[in-house]
Ligand binder design. Sequence first.
Ligand SMILES: NC(=O)c1ccc[n+]([C@@H]2O[C@H](COP(=O)([O-])OP(=O)(O)OC[C@H]3O[C@@H](n4cnc5c(N)ncnc54)[C@H](OP(=O)(O)O)[C@@H]3O)[C@@H](O)[C@H]2O)c1
Length: 275
Amino acid sequence: MITGAGGQLGRALQEAFGDEDLVALSHKEWDVAHPAPESLARGSLDLVLHAAAWTDVDGAEADPQGATAVNVGGTANAAALSDLLGAPLVAFSTDYVFDGRKREPYVESEAPNPLSAYGRSKLLGEAAAGEDAWIVRSSWLFGPTGHNFVRTMLRLGAERDEVAVVDDQRGCPTFVGHLASAVRDLVDADLPRGLWHLVAAGECTWADFAEAIFEDSGLECRVRRISTEELGRPAHRPAYAVLRSERPNAPLLPDWRDGLRACLAEIRAGDDAAT
Ligand SMILES: NC(=O)c1ccc[n+]([C@@H]2O[C@H](COP(=O)([O-])OP(=O)(O)OC[C@H]3O[C@@H](n4cnc5c(N)ncnc54)[C@H](OP(=O)(O)O)[C@@H]3O)[C@@H](O)[C@H]2O)c1
C-alpha cells in the first residue's frame, strides 16, 4: 500500500512496485492525519510505503501544528496500521533534519539538529515510525510531476532571460524514479530496518542545478547566483545537506545529472504523448 500516492514520490513508487498488487491511496482517499479507514484496517497488506507528508517547508513555519499533524500524527497512523496488519513500514524523511554546519557528508549515525518547523516535524515523524520501520532519508526530490525545482526552472526558463538562484546551499538532487528503485532494492533484499540515507551520487548547489536544467533542456536562460539571505525565505535550510550511507550494502543511486536526464526524458515523453 502507498500513502500520498498522488505526490511525486508516491507516483514513482507506484511504478517501481508496479508488478505488485498495489493499493495506492491519494490524500482524498486517506487523510493520514486520521487513523486508517476501517476497510484498510480490516484487510491484509504486505508492505506500507508511507509517502504522504506535509512538504511545504515555508508553510510549516506559519502552521507548525498543521505540519506536525501530518508528519508526526500521519506517520504514527501509518505505523499503527503497519503494526496491526504485520506489514513492514517504509517511512520517508529528509536532509532537513540536519543543521548543515558540517562540510562533509552526513551519515546515518550523526546527530540531527533541524533548523525549521518542517525539519522538526520530520524528525519527530522518524520516531513515530518506530524501530521496526525502514526510515529512508532523501533530499532535493524532483520528478516529472508535482511541485519541484526542475519543473519550476523549466517554467521560469521559458518565460525569462535570467533567474536568481541560491548558490550557498549544497545538496544531492535526487530523481524520484531512482529513489523508488533503491527503496525497492532495500525491501526486496530485506536489508536491516532503521535509518537509511538514499540520495543521488554527486552534489551541487541550487544554482549549479538550475544551470544543468537549462543546459540539458536547451533553454537560453542565465542563472544569477545569489545568497540564501538575499532570497529571504521564512524557513532556515541547511547550508550543507549532502547525505551518504555508512551502512553495508546500501543501495547506490546514480549521479544527480543522470537523474536529471532521466526526468527530462520522461517530461518530453509526456509532452509528446499529449500532442
Ligand atoms: N520534496 C523533497 O525535496 C523531499 C526531500 C526529502 C524528503 N522528502 C520526503 O519524501 C516524501 C515524499 O515527498 P514528495 O516530494 O513526494 O512530496 P509531494 O510531492 O508533496 O507529495 C506528498 C503527498 O502527500 C499528500 N498529503 C499531504 N497531506 C496529506 C495528508 N494529510 N494525508 C494524506 N496525504 C497527504 C499530498 O497530497 P496533496 O498535494 O493533495 O496535499 C501529496 O500527494 C515525504 O515524506 C517528504 O517529506 C521530500
